[in-house]
Ligand binder design. Structure first.
Ligand code: ATP
Ligand code: MG
Ligand code: MG
Length: 590
């Protein structure tokens, strides 16, 4: 399947399709609002959208809200925001989902009528076994189940009991409604599955109207049929549930309560290495404080990805590359990062940012004078324009771009310069990108730690903007920098893999034991070039006027470091935080 199919409404394909009277394809994305959406859901969304687009159909958005104990309005809201966000990156213009938000709970009346119809037909009965007895009667994979003693209740008795269940006359667990199929079926899902159970709980949508709630396997085919879904795409663990899905449809069509015959089609779940994609585990990470909330940028949730600055278009590319199949897969985290890099390389402007600054004083610079360099915002995209970077007597470079051969660093390395090192050394030269070649004349060290705190350097006026004067050897090392008096201070959150191993919990037996303690490094005194502050101020203004603008949609490639996006807690040029989206190259395990 080519998920990038653009589905232009004016194509010849549409014209042809229109003459064939192919019934419209309708898919649906049916999350249960019991957690935040994660990358696995992105795959399901993108597949459902792609099928709808490809066949000129639509995709319904449905909250599958049949279990009030685990569901919450907070989740409903987050899901809608996530789906809108992801759709914004998948399609411009006509999106596959543009209808209302549907809710399974809005079908509770019909679903209840379906249950009564099944009782009338002799296809359902009220069972009064305890949960434990029911398990026992169900049998095992190798052993057939046994009929419950309540299976032979009359239609009238079943009807009376079911109404009592509905009318709050029964306790939780006292009875359930079950389909009457075949307790000896080799498929355990066909051994009289439960249709309704009692829950004296209020529902976020229907309040206290109901105290019985339908099971997923029963409500799903009915909801699909009511919405005219043609293809009910779901993950492979539902393959064994398909016979019951079809049973429900076939039994209910004659009643007239449903009119359509949707089909269930399964595809494999997405698994990604070094993270977990299960709502249950993600809830645990949040509730037990291993991460800072659902939208922690280390989380594989869509809200985490969005806050981190992953562009939705990168998720689309990722889902396309992963593809759709029936084979289980465990995709490397780096496959996602590759997509992020590809996307951000094209769309992010470049800027200078010094993550761990070391001060450089140019002793031969003329006083406080600043020189402005006009440089491109993107090396290949001229339309992104230019930016101004000031240069002056005091500049900052990365601490790691200076190797202190005559200090503790050199000592620790046996008095040797690391192999292939091309950056600055005492007595040697390096080029400051776009500006001048400088030479380090003297290192000023902290008297206690002996760590370098300032480099006294001279700049070479005739090396301006990449020029190498005749007779001078070409300087190999080129590094980035920021000018001190104009630089903007900010915070940078650097993220790493959330888990240390590819399959969390597989060997340790507890995925929490495999958490990466170094998954977040906060850098407080980061310096960025001044153009960034102007961008941030404009961006915040834009967000104020248009709430659909996401904070992280302002992102940069900080040259030589990686891609970084504005964190949503940034409030202005005096309080800017960046999240590292991804490094420039894959360095994991290096
Ligand atoms: P979890 O196991 O994380 O609780 P779920 O399957 O119970 O997830 P739902 O809210 O029911 O979550 O999911 C909505 C849709 O997303 C379903 O159709 C489901 O099949 C699909 N989906 C969920 N997880 C994945 C995944 N890892 N890969 C692909 N599709 C998924
Ligand atoms: Mg589910
Ligand atoms: Mg679930």
């Amino acid at each position: 399947l080519n998920m990038s199919e653009e589905g232009d409404t004016n194509t010849a394909a549409t014209d042809v399709a229109n003459t064939l009277s192919i019934p419209p394809v309708v898919t649906r994305f049916p999350p249960e609002p019991n957690g935040y959406l994660h990358l696995g859901h992105a795959k399901a969304i993108s597949f459902n959208f792609a099928v709808a687009r490809m066949f000129h159909g639509t995709c319904n958005m449905r909250m599958d809200d049949t279990n009030p104990s685990k569901e919450d309005e907070e989740y409903v809201e987050s899901i809608l925001e996530d789906v809108k966000w992801i759709q914004s990156g998948l399609y411009d213009g006509d999106a596959p989902w543009d209808g209302p938000v549907r809710k399974t709970s809005s079908y509770f009346d019909v679903i209840y009528q379906c249950a009564e119809a099944l009782i009338q037909q002799g296809d359902a009965y009220v069972d009064s076994l305890s949960a434990e007895e029911m398990r026992e009667y169900r049998g095992t994979l190798t052993e057939p189940g046994r009929d419950s003693p309540y299976r032979t209740r009359s239609v009238q008795e079943n009807m009376e009991l079911f109404r009592k269940m509905k009318n709050r006359e029964c306790k939780e667990g006292e009875h359930v409604l079950r389909a009457k199929i075949d307790m000896a079926s080799p498929n355990i899902n066909m051994r009289d599955p439960t249709l309704y159970r009692i829950k004296h709980e209020s529902h976020q949508e229907t309040g206290d109207e109901w105290c019985i709630y339908p099971m997923y396997d029963f409500s799903h085919p009915i909801s699909d049929a009511l919405e005219g879904i043609t293809h009910s795409l779901c993950t492979l663990e539902f393959e064994d549930h398909r016979p019951f899905y079809d049973w429900t449809i076939e039994k209910l069509l004659p009643t007239g309560l449903i009119q359509a015959r949707p089909r269930q089609i399964e595809f494999s779940r997405l698994n990604i290495q070094s993270t977990v994609l299960s709502k249950r585990k993600l809830i645990q990470l949040v509730e037990q404080g291993y991460v800072n909330g659902w939208d922690d940028p280390r989380m594989p949730t869509l809200s985490g990805m969005r806050r981190r600055g992953v562009p939705p278009a990168a998720l689309r590319l990722f889902c396309e590359r992963v593809g759709i199949s029936k084979a289980d897969s465990n995709i490397a985290f780096s496959a996602l990062e590759d997509c992020v890099r590809l996307e951000m390389d094209e769309t992010s402007r470049r800027a200078f940012c010094v993550l761990k600054p070391l001060k450089v004083t140019l002793t031969n610079w003329n006083g406080d004078e600043l020189e402005n360099f006009e440089v491109p915002c993107h090396p290949k995209m001229e339309e992104m324009g230019n930016r101004i970077i000031p240069f002056g007597k005091e500049v900052y470079i990365e601490r790691s771009d200076f190797f202190d051969l005559n200090g503790p660093e050199g000592e620790a390395n046996g008095g040797q310069v690391p192999n292939g090192y091309k950056r600055l050394l005492e007595g040697k030269t390096v080029r400051l990108r776009y500006a001048y070649v400088i030479q380090c004349d003297e290192v000023i060290r902290d008297p206690e730690t002996k760590e370098p705190i300032e480099l006294q350097c001279t700049y070479m006026p005739d090396t301006r903007s990449g020029h190498t004067p005749e007779g001078m050897e070409r300087v190999k090392g080129i590094i980035h920098w920021v000018e001190g008096s104009s630089a903007v201070r900010c915070t940078v959150n650097q993220y790493d893999r959330l888990f240390l191993v590819e399959e969390p919990g597989k060997e340790s037996g507890d995925y929490l034991k495999d958490l990466n303690p170094g998954s977040l490094e906060v850098l407080k005194d980061v310096l960025v070039e001044p153009s960034v502050a102007t961008d941030v101020e404009n961006h915040l203004k834009k967000m104020k006027n248009d709430p659909s603008v996401y904070p992280s949609s302002l992102a940069y490639q900080f040259e030589r470091s990686g891609y970084f996006a504005i964190d949503k807690d940034s409030t202005g040029k005096d309080n800017i935080a960046f999240n590292r989206v991804v490094t420039l190259r894959d360095t994991w395990g290096a």
